[in-house]
Structures are given as C-alpha cells and as structure tokens.
Design a protein around this ligand. Structure first.
Ligand code: AMP
Length: 472
C-alpha cells in the first residue's frame, strides 16, 4: 500500500511527500483506515514504529472534515504524553503533517514558565499536546477547558503509570466530554494498563499490535564487558577513543549523578558529550538533544526516564553503562539503535553485582550476550581493591547495597524499626558496614575527611558522629 492510496486530503498528502514517507508502516496501515471511520483504537506499539503519524494523520483529516472551529481557551484534540521531550517531539510531527493546512497546534509541559503557554491557548487551539501535570495546572487556572474536545490520545500509557501519573490521568479523563474518539497506545499491556484502557475506550475498540518487544533485538549486534564499577568510565573512554566509527552514541546511566560523572570523564578525554536527565533544565535538555541530533556532540548520556521516546535517527551505538533493574527497560534502551531497518550495536557493562540483572535480561530476550574483545582491558588501569569510600559510592546508585535490599525483601517482618532519632538510614548503612570492616584510622586514610560531604563540621559528618559511626 502507498500513502497516496489512503483517503487523506491533498494538503496532508503533500506534507507526507514533504517529509519523505512513501509507504505506511504496519501500524499506520492497520490504524489509519479504522480511525478515519471514527473508531476507538488500542495500539500496542513502541516508539519507532511510526505510531505518531498513525494517529496524527487521521486526526488531522477528521479535524479538516468536521468543519468546526476552535473556540477560545479550548482544544479539539488532546494528546497526553509522559515527558516534555515526547510532547515536543509529537507536536513537531503535528506541525509537519499540518504544514499545508490551517490547523493549529501547541505544546504544554512543566518545568518552564507558563505565561507563553497560556498565551498560545487564549484563542483556542486545534491540537493540544500536553504532559498531565501542566495540563491540570492550566485547566485549574482556567487557561484551557476540555469541554469541546473531539479526540483524546493517551500515548505511552505504560510509562505514564510507571511515572506515577495514574491519578492525573484519571482527573483528566473525568473532565472529558462523553462524545469523543479515543486512542490509547502502550508498549506493553500488563493488567493495570488493560484496566485503564477499559475506562477510557468505548466498547470493542480496534486493536492493533505491532513489533513485539523481541523483534528488533535480533538485528542488534550485542557485546558484553564484565567490568568492576570503578573502571567502567575508563572502559567507555577507551572504547570511544579506539572505535572512531562510534559516531552517534547513546549511553544509559542508572542515576542522574552517574550520568554527570560519565560526562566529566568523557569531556576530560576530549569526547564531545552532554547529559540529559531530570535535574537539567528544559532548555539544557533540548539543547543537548539538538546538538546530538545535529551530530555536534558524539555522545549523549541519559537516564531511562529522560531518554524514553526520544526520537533520534541513526543512533550507531547504545551503551548500557549500568544494567537496568527491569529487563524490559533493556529492550527499550537497545531499541534506540537499529531503527528503520538499519543495523545497530549495543554494548553492555556488567559489574559483579549486576550479574543478577544480566541473567534476567538474557532470560527475557532469550539471547546470551557474547563477550566483547578482551584486548581492551590491557589499556585499562588494573582493578583496584574496594575501599569503604568506594563501597559507599557504589551503594549510592542503588539506594543501598543489594544484599541488604534482598534481605529486606525476603524478610520484611524482621526489618528493624526506624531509629527514634534523625538517623539517616541510607547513608548510615554503608558506613556501618564499612566500620565493621575498618577502623576509624583506615576510614581517614581512605580520605573520608577530605570528601566534601564528610568534612569535619559538615552535616553528614555530624550525622555520622551522632550515630556513633565515626568518632569525633
Ligand atoms: P514514531 O514511532 O512515530 O516515533 O516514528 C519513528 C520515526 O519513523 C520518525 O522519525 C518518523 O518520522 C518515521 N516515520 C514514521 N512513519 C514513516 C513512514 N511511513 N515512512 C518512513 N518513515 C516514517
């Protein structure tokens, strides 16, 4: 099938040609005709399948057909997404596809001032792309109302729930008019998502399922490096310096702090890179993303939440600097490469305490990841013995050491009651562990007193002293 065979108006056909699409992707082929008939849709699909055009094109067509006009402070179609990056991206798609029509669109998301967003809503808008928090905020301020809504799209529903948006979604749904067409997209369909879909969609929606999670993986070449945590930075640096063909590299870090640290290591080695995560301002995140897309930087370091749904073409390599706790996240991560029929390479680092995560990933994907070229280890500094300080640092990424987490999970009833005083649980645990193995002199030798957070007189130091873990 060709796009030209779909019953889409000339301005949309022109826009499709302008963006260079010829044949619809499977999700587009399956969704567009039913949506044009006004049916509700349940789509099980990930980013990268072409799902944005699958819902945007028929919505634009129906908006053109309806002959209605937008009223002040209302919208006719609402697309709800979990992150600002996704919202911006989806609105850009709407703008592209609607470029030869008079249909208007705007995007609202948190983390920035709301004045310009409110301005855009004053005269009403045809398509509103929003994140849930800011939408409810602006509805509360009476900057926009959903009373004239004709189309409702909930995208990335599983991620929405992961990010704790369920209450916000329910609030939004309660404000929607009864008579509307609904589209619901999710990469996975666990029970809670199925239940949520049933509260939004009309009975018997069209169900479209594309690209099951395991499909893209086969096209991705994978490599595994078993490496201690402290040398991961050096390994990443060496691999990047040795392999100049690694041109557009996405590195996943478990934590925001970790992402910043990776950037520092790479910048020191002269590798152009930037990080995106929740602590970066919206402007910085957009700038980093744009520079990555334009290949002004070679490496983008991201946390899972910040990276979800970011659409960057031609990512040559994905690095799992830390393995994710949730194996499905691994599949989402490496699916950022090998897009649009291209090949891609995913390289994973596995520290001794991540073996369990690796087993879960290999079980889910049914692929044993082959080990990478061990010659690279000769270029790395020798492994160092763990010090109390490094143990503490490593523990921080996971909140607290894994064996304690497991012990807690397996014996919830025996979890000691909370200390009566202001005992800082997270930091005290590794320190207690360190103390059981080293005396205070060793702690000092390890440079505890030199670190900012533990310097004499600091809050952390005072807490340690109070809890009796460090004398004086
Ligand atoms: P999405 O899953 O909507 O994020 O789309 C992923 C990528 O595929 C985007 O870069 C789209 O521009 C591109 N795309 C969507 N539909 C088509 C199509 N029919 N032909 C070629 N590329 C497409």
């Amino acid at each position: 099938m060709l796009f030209s065979e779909l019953p889409l108006a000339n301005p949309l056909q022109r826009a499709i040609r302008a963006v260079g699409y010829e044949t619809p992707t499977p999700i587009q082929e399956q969704s567009i005709p039913s949506l044009l008939e006004g049916k509700d849709l349940l789509g099980i699909a990930q980013t990268g399948t072409g799902k944005t055009a699958a819902f945007a094109l028929p919505i634009l067509q129906l908006l053109l057909d309806s002959g209605k006009f937008r009223a002040p402070k209302t919208c006719r179609a609402l697309i709800l997404l979990p992150t600002r990056e996704l919202a911006i991206q989806v609105e850009e798609c709407f703008k592209q596809y609607a470029q030869f029509t008079a249909i208007s669109s705007t995007c609202i998301f948190g983390g920035v001032g709301d004045a310009s967003q409110k301005n855009c809503l004053v005269r009403g808008v045809d398509v509103l792309v929003a994140t849930p928090g800011r939408l409810l905020d602006l509805i509360g301020q009476k900057a926009v109302s959903l009373k004239a809504l004709e189309f409702f799209v909930l995208d990335e529903a599983d991620r929405m729930l992961d990010m704790g948006f369920i209450h916000d979604i329910r609030k939004v749904v309660a404000l929607l008019p009864q008579n509307r067409q609904n589209l619901f997209f999710s990469a996975t369909m666990p029970d809670d998502i199925t239940k949520l879909a049933a509260t939004i969609l009309r009975p018997n929606p069209v169900r479209v399922e594309v690209a099951p999670q395991s499909t893209p993986i086969e096209r991705i070449r994978q490599e595994l490096y078993r490496i201690d945590k402290r040398r991961k930075g050096a390994l990443l640096k060496e691999l990047l310096l040795e392999h100049t063909e690694m041109k557009k590299v996405l590195v996943f870090s478990r934590t925001k702090h970790g992402a910043d640290k990776i950037v520092r290591v790479l910048e020191k080695a002269g590798v152009k890179c930037a990080a995106i995560h929740g602590n970066k301002s919206q402007t910085r995140r957009q700038e980093a993303l744009k520079n990555f897309k334009d290949e002004k930087i070679r490496v983008l370091v991201a946390t899972d939440i910040a990276a979800r749904g970011i659409d960057v073409d031609d990512v040559s390599h994905v690095f799992n600097y830390d393995l994710p706790d949730v194996p499905e996240t691994f599949v989402h991560r490496i699916g950022r490469t090998a897009r649009a029929g291209k090949d891609g390479i995913a390289i994973s680092f596995c520290a001794p305490d991540e073996e369990q995560d690796l087993r879960a990933i290999e079980k889910l994907t049914k692929i044993k990841i082959p080990e990478g070229d061990k010659a690279i280890f000769e270029k790395l500094p020798p492994p160092q013995k763990e010090t109390p300080e490094s143990e503490m640092r490593n523990a921080r990424g996971r909140g607290f050491p894994r064996r304690e987490k497991q012990a807690q999970n397996s014996k919830p009833a025996q979890t000691p009651p909370k200390a009566p005083k202001q005992q800082p649980q997270k930091s005290a645990q590794p320190v207690q562990q360190a103390k059981s193995e080293h005396n205070s002199e060793q702690l000092q030798k390890a440079g505890f007193h030199k670190r900012r957070r533990n310097r004499p007189g600091s809050k952390a130091r005072r807490r340690m002293r109070e809890s009796g873990n460090i004398p004086n």
